[in-house]
Design a protein around this ligand. Structure first.
Ligand code: HEM
Length: 364
């Protein structure tokens, strides 16, 4: 990845104004939904998906929310269709069959690529006409290449338009769903545990009052950070990690030849009583009071962002975005589960709430 292994703090800090602008839009939408009785009921799952999609659009591609919105709608549909096909895709050649689902999947892919191509080409043109590179993902990807020719879709230093499209697709997919999942489960869990909601709100109001959260103070949030870690433990957005052996390896007593796909079941590890203790299924943010390494018997057992050379490059970005959003929500609203809420985590590539997240919001 061009910019190094993770989005560094300095870069993420530059993106803070974008995070808070997107959160303000969400808050003002919710404020408008509040009725004369001072409360309203809404499904926060699609709302939060829009928020995180908006954040990715603005910070990663500098495009407007509307330009990017179509991409994440299409990617959500694609995720559902991948799940429909999940067993069949193991049959060699299955994806080439002209089934209705396969045809729609190819169509979605083409649509996403064409939107991204439009955004990229518009930016290349603007940069060639002398506009300075923006400090967003696309600007960072394009900057080293822009002096080179893109006329055949290829720059001298090797990044083609197709490479750029693939990077952008990955960022939309990796950055939007996962963070939406984290924020949605956080709202659900804090609705189930009002005592933790109160503790988090006290911390937030103590640090920021009703003012916009600042970067330095966001890094000092202790209770909110413990809550986010505990939500990531109980409801990891990516429930497993995949690796392929490139040479023979021995894990435990078993030898695996080269070319074997290995799945690490993160969800099971996060719910293993031998690692976390007999209260493993309970929501107890205090287990993270002294940091991740002291939270369990095995410091390597907490893997929401993966591990090793392929670890999530967006983890700083995601945690800061989640902190900003949850702080701004806590500053304005108290919330509880709506009577129609039904708890059913299920997998659509990431760990979704199957029936959404119906929540009753009240002004504080
Ligand atoms: C709560 C939010 C997030 C979670 C739980 C999450 C989780 C993960 C996981 C488990 C991986 C695979 C790591 C491995 O195989 O070891 C990954 C990879 C990745 N993530 Fe995230 N992610 C989140 C947010 C983001 C955001 C906001 C971005 C971008 C801004 C992002 C960009 C990426 C990219 C590009 C990769 C691929 C890295 C590679 O293969 O080298 N992620 N993420």
């Amino acid at each position: 990845m061009v910019m190094g292994r993770t989005y560094g703090y300095a870069l993420v800090q530059c993106m803070l104004p974008e995070f808070s602008a997107c959160c303000e839009e969400l808050i003002s939408r919710w404020m408008k939904s509040i009725g004369s009785n001072g409360s309203c009921e809404l499904d926060v799952w699609p709302e939060i998906q829009s928020l995180t999609g908006d954040v990715i659009s603005r910070t990663a591609f500098g495009s407007s929310y509307l330009e990017g919105r179509k991409i994440f709608q299409l990617q959500s549909e694609q995720a559902g269709r991948i799940m429909t096909n999940i067993r069949m895709i193991l049959i060699p050649g299955y994806l080439s069959l002209p089934t209705t689902n396969n045809r729609r999947m190819y169509q979605i892919n083409d649509e996403i690529e064409s939107i991204l191509r439009g955004i990229i080409e518009k930016r290349i043109k603007a940069m060639k006409e002398g506009q300075s590179a923006k400090q967003d993902l696309l600007g960072l990807l394009l900057e080293p290449n822009i002096g080179e020719t893109y006329e055949n879709g290829q720059s001298n230093i090797g990044m083609t338009i197709v490479d750029l499209i693939e990077e952008c697709k990955l960022f939309y997919f990796a950055g939007m769903e996962t963070t939406a999942v984290l924020l949605t489960w956080t709202m659900i869990v804090l609705s189930m545990h009002p005592e933790w909601q109160d503790r988090a709100r006290q911390e937030v109001l103590g640090l920021f009052g009703k003012n916009k959260p600042e970067h330095e103070a966001l890094n000092r949030l202790k209770t909110v950070t413990m809550i986010l870690y505990e939500v990531l433990r109980l409801y990891p957005p990516s429930i497993h990690l995949s690796r392929k052996t490139y040479k023979e390896v021995k894990i435990g007593d078993t030898k695996y030849p080269a070319g074997v796909m290995i799945e690490l079941a993160v969800l099971f590890m996060h719910h293993d009583p031998d690692i976390w203790g007999p209260d493993v299924h309970e929501f107890k943010p205090e287990r993270f009071a002294e940091g991740i390494s002291k939270a369990s018997k095995n410091p390597g057992a907490f893997l929401p962002f993966g591990w090793g050379p392929r670890i999530c490059i967006g983890q700083n970005f995601a945690l800061l975005e989640a902190k900003m959003a949850i702080c701004m929500i806590l500053q304005r609203f108290e919330f509880m589960l709506a009577p129609s809420y039904s708890h059913a985590p299920h997998i659509v590539v990431t760990l979704h709430p199957m029936h959404g997240a119906k929540i009753k919001l009240g002004l504080i």
